[in-house]
Design a protein around this ligand. Sequence first.
Ligand code: HEC
Length: 341
Amino acid sequence: MDQHNVDKNLKRPSKCFQGVENIFCVFERYPVFVLTVIFLIGVITMVLHMRTLTSHLIASMAEKNAALYSDALEELRTLYTSEVVERVRARGIEVTHDYQEKEGAIPLPVTLSMMIGERIATHAQGARSRLYSDLPFPWRKDGGPRDDFEKKALEFLRNHPAESFSRIEAFEGRESIRYATADIMRPSCVQCHNTHPQTPKTDWKSGDVRGVLEVIHPLDHFMRETGEELRGTAVFLFIITLSALILLLLLTGRLRQTSRRVQQRTEELEKALMSTESAHARTAQALQEAEQNRQRTEEALKQTENSKKELERLNVFMVGRELKMMELKEEIKDLKEKLGK
Ligand code: HEC
């Protein structure tokens, strides 16, 4: 492994490509930043989604509540009609809208309905109700549709008597649900409405939409409470996300430190390896030199051997000569002696 290769493996890629790989590249380079952005988008989307969901929930709950309240009012009127009005009227007791001015008289069902609506409206959180039409009796000075919602509701319910018409809007400065249903003429209603001396219309038929029963329920208090809870949840989510991010930051810091240490260690090892390699090469060279020396010594040895043999041969020759000389000297001596005689 050479130095160049080590570097390439350890360092993060410094070149980015086009297209999809670019995203991964950005993520690889700035993971914490990318995760922060993703987390933030997630939390914001979640909070917004929760807000929409809550407002949908509030609207549907409010509508159900208003429908319930409206049904209860209707039921009360029907019951009052069948169980009270019908019975006492048979005993000659007068049932009229201006019962307070007549001794022994009791209120008409519709008058009682209107009174209940007004009474409950005085409670801070209570819903109020209103029974109105575009054909009120002449004494009812506050009759008829009063605003855009009431006009629209009457118009809609005339065409769709079986349905309901509702809206969430500010009413007298408070966010409220306004829920309207048709008040339909039944056989028991028609006769009285057509024959009453002050009736504005005399040809009512069963099934006609006589008017509108509207329920108005303020929601501001409820909305404030849910809003506070939603804010609490959002804060909680942000805190959790922030903690997760801080943890992540610490973790990546640690990882980077470790990777840096690993890189350093690898570089050190690489250096050690290289120095070992050069030492190895040096040893090999020394070995080679030693081998050469050995060969040279061997050669010298061989040469010495040769010279030794030569010398030996010379020696033998010299010794032979010596012996010959000695023999000759001996002969000379012998000859001299012979001569001397
Ligand atoms: C005994 C006679 C009588 C009967 C029965 C009767 N009404 Fe009435 N109705 C009246 C009178 C009188 C008024 C006016 C009350 C007032 O303004 O205080 C009235 C008012 C109304 C109003 C309000 C109109 C407005 O614009 O102010 C509606 C709606 C209504 N009646 C519907 C009905 C229906 C539906 C029934 C049957 C379930 C019915 N009424 C049965 C006599 C009667």
